[in-house]
Design a protein around this ligand. Structure first.
Ligand code: A3P
Length: 292
């Protein structure tokens, strides 16, 4: 089943959401002017993008950390390829942080010349597809596919926003040498958030006191982020429900796929992905009780 053109378009082999992106804007990103201080969060959808946005805001902005500033994450860290707020990216103060779902080959040229920093977050694909399925129910910019089996087939065929999960992850990992990049997994963040925060600080060359690190970790925990209106995208345009609050942060766990997938569906994912996944330098965690 092909994705509806009303919701998605394919440009240079990659599926974008029709709302907010155009082929011309995507092409223009090739020469987007990069600053050495820029930071990019790159992910396949549903891998922990919003979580990383919040962590970076907490690390970089004291006012965000101590609550004296009330700036929403999506205003501070806009989406590179979807300029929802019509912001002038060239006018943003340094360090600029952008979020993106772009594949490595569509990113700005200078990013591929090792300028600026990239943080790439991966998540196990079974949790990704389940999170994605629930997400299509709340976002009006995405086509709602009520039958999970059908959505799973689309996901495995790469016919969703972000295209093929496997190609996205493999592409970024196999081109790591072109970027100044830090790889993290959702599961390692879930298991030991403090260590992940320290890794990020180290990558960014940002020194925080013990107390500040604790504050970042506390505010980046699922339950606290859910209560933080700056972090949970309550005001993001495109919710199907007008008062659709707290939906962006849904369950925030590892292994939720077991609550939705049948054994046959799980085996289908294994059949399509597992062999290829063995070539990736990532230890995938499928359940919260698995060791990192
Ligand atoms: P679930 O739907 O499984 O709950 P993205 O931001 O890339 O779209 O990813 C969204 C997923 O990250 C959602 O997964 C969301 O709940 C989860 N997430 C966001 N913040 C989180 C946090 N602080 N801890 C754990 N998971 C979080």
């Amino acid at each position: 089943m092909e994705p509806s053109k009303e919701y998605l378009f394919n440009h240079k082999g990659f599926y974008f959401v029709t709302q907010g992106a155009t082929p011309e804007n995507i092409d223009a990103l090739e020469t987007f002017e990069i600053r050495d201080s820029d930071i990019f969060i790159a992910t396949f959808p549903k891998s922990g993008t919003v979580w990383m946005q919040n962590i970076l805001n907490l690390i970089l902005h004291e006012g965000h950390r101590n609550g004296t500033e009330d700036v929403e994450n999506m205003d501070r860290i806009p989406w590179l390829e979807y300029n929802f707020r019509n912001m002038d990216y060239a006018a943003l103060p340094s360090p600029r942080v952008f979020a993106t779902h772009l594949p490595y080959y569509l990113t700005p040229r200078d990013l591929r010349n090792k300028r600026a920093r990239v943080i790439y977050v991966t998540r196990n694909p079974k949790d990704v597809v389940v999170s994605y399925y629930h997400f299509t129910k709340i976002m009006s910019s995405l086509e709602e596919v009520s039958d999970f089996s059908l959505f799973l087939e689309r996901f495995l065929a790469g016919k969703v926003m972000g295209s093929s999960w496997m190609d996205h992850v493999t592409g970024w990992y196999s081109h790591a040498q072109d970027f100044n990049i830090l790889f993290l997994t959702y599961e390692e963040m879930k298991k030991d958030l403090r260590s992940a925060v320290l890794k990020i600080c180290n990558f960014l060359g940002k020194q925080l006191s013990e107390e500040e690190v604790e504050s970042v970790v506390r505010q980046a925990m699922f339950e606290n982020m859910r209560k933080d209106p700056r972090a949970n995208y309550e005001k993001m345009p495109g919710h199907r429900e007008e008062d659709g609050k707290c939906l962006f942060l849904r369950k925030g766990t590892v292994g939720d796929w077991k609550n939705l997938m049948t054994v046959a569906q799980s085996e289908r994912v294994d059949e399509v992905l597992k062999k290829k996944m063995e070539s990736l330098p990532i230890k995938f965690i499928w359940d919260i009780s698995d060791k990192v």
